[in-house]
Design a protein around this ligand. Structure first.
Ligand code: AMP
Ligand code: GLY
Length: 427
């Protein structure tokens, strides 16, 4: 069987390694992939956003199954295009991917179906938006671009000046193009953040083990936002009671809402949640696996990922296909000097074996290139060093041991991944 995986980051690397488990004879193609992925799959230089090119590749290589993981191709309708061309594919349709691609769509969906989220208003004119912020006069206030914005479309303004600058940046300067032609202004929520990824087949939803991302670049959650600097799973804050409430008040209602809107969700539905004093609320939905959440969640999966994915696309997912190891996982991201700002590429990576791995840890490659058997940096987030162990404390110790041994010039990483969660374990 031949599977084509679309994308080329640490998330895709984690997906590919799990797909191979228990499916030894699986042939995996990955486009565009990266240097580290080339040890686990055949990489092919087709851009993840090239819908026609990807369909042509699936035809040429006669793919039996296609897995579309990144947000952009999903929003562009790559799954629809694959299905039209006769390929079975994992991921939501273009209409269902709006749950991530349009904040206005997702906020209106939550309002219409009574799914708990931050209060909000939508604006299409910068003047009206600013007038609202002034009249409301409550800070911090959260300003979000409607469309995809490389994870940079959310601004938390601490005062009127910052709100004004944010609205200008998104709506007048159009820093993210048409993504900023509409904005959502919402209430600031406080509480612990939890990510819950789930498998969904249009009707049935099966949540994965919970996880916790660390979005800011520096220790103590300081500095600018990044794509994610490290993750742990499961989150000790996500209690059984919280999980039950989320299922009842958020997960099942979201599946029902999408179906009622004529766009049932199939694929991986990601719930970005905040556990507030009034209960769990949705901060955001993603229509895909999170990165680097996937690097800690999938290693804990005790089940056949290929069969689960196929069940999602066929509409026959069941809870008993999905089990979790009673372990904890931690992932620390090694990033290029300067990231999330500008950075240099092409630094030689030390400490990896020929297959891009290292003893005692799993290494997921986010941005690497391989030339003559040597790995070089090729992106902002470069490697995700992941370890599993019976406890979170041990998983973190193992992951950081790996980090000590693997590195490159200018590298930086957070030294406090999991610190908050460890405290939560003790409480
Ligand atoms: P997003 O890009 O949608 O994941 O948002 C980035 C980050 O902004 C989230 O991880 C939260 O930490 C924060 N955030 C977004 N919306 C809110 C909100 N309504 N209240 C508090 N924090 C928020
Ligand atoms: N780590 C957050 C995301 O994938 O959106």
């Amino acid at each position: 069987m031949r599977v084509l995986v679309v994308g080329g980051g640490g998330r895709e690397h984690a997906v590919i390694r799990k797909l191979k488990e228990g499916n030894a004879d699986l042939e995996i193609l990955c486009a565009p992939g990266n240097g580290g992925i080339s040890a686990d799959a055949e990489i092919i230089p087709v851009s993840a956003t090239d819908v026609e090119g990807m369909v042509a590749l699936a035809k040429e290589r006669q793919a039996d199954y296609v897995v579309v993981t990144p947000d952009d191709p999903l929003a562009l309708g790559m799954v629809d295009a694959m299905k039209e061309a006769g390929f079975d594919a994992f991921g939501p349709t273009k209409a269902a991917a709006r749950i991530e691609a349009s904040k206005v769509f997702s906020k209106n969906l939550m309002r219409k179906y009574g799914i708990p989220t931050a209060g909000y208003e939508v604006f299409t004119s910068p003047e009206t938006a600013l007038a609202y912020v002034r009249e409301n006069n409550r800070y911090p206030t959260v300003i979000k671009a409607d469309g995809l914005a490389l994870g940079k479309g959310v601004i938390i303004a601490q005062d009127e000046e910052e709100a004004k600058a944010a609205l200008h940046h998104l709506m007048v300067d159009k820093a993210f193009g048409e993504s900023g032609s509409r904005v959502v202004i919402e209430e600031f929520l406080t509480g612990v953040e939890v990510s819950v990824l789930s498998f969904a087949d249009g009707n049935t939803i099966v949540p994965m083990v919970s996880s916790m991302d660390h979005k800011r670049v520096n220790d103590n959650d300081e500095g600018p936002n990044t794509g994610g600097m490290g993750t742990i799973a499961p989150s000790p804050f996500y209690t059984r009671e919280a999980a039950e409430r989320c299922m009842e008040e958020i997960f099942l209602p979201t599946m029902a809402a999408m179906k009622a809107e004529g766009c049932p969700f199939s694929g991986c539905l990601y719930f970005g949640l905040i556990l507030t004093e009034d209960g769990p609320k949705v901060i955001e939905y993603n229509s895909r696996f999170g990165d680097p959440e996937t690097q800690v969640v999938l290693p804990l999966l005790d089940g056949n990922l290929l069969e689960i994915m196929q069940a999602c696309s066929k509409g026959c997912l069941s809870e008993d296909m999905v089990h979790w190891k009673k372990e904890a996982a931690a992932c620390v991201i090694e990033a290029s000097g300067g990231y999330p700002g500008s950075y240099e590429k092409g630094k030689r990576i030390e400490g990896l074996r020929e297959d891009g791995q290292a003893d005692g840890v799993m290494v997921f490659h986010s941005g690497t290139k391989k030339t003559d058997g040597v790995y070089y940096t090729n992106g902002g987030r470069v490697l995700g060093i992941t370890a599993c162990a019976p406890t979170l404390k041990e998983a973190l110790a193992k992951a950081y041991e790996g980090v000590e041994r693997i590195g490159f010039e200018g590298m930086h990483y957070r030294r406090d991944i999991g610190a908050k969660a460890l405290k939560g374990c003790e409480e």
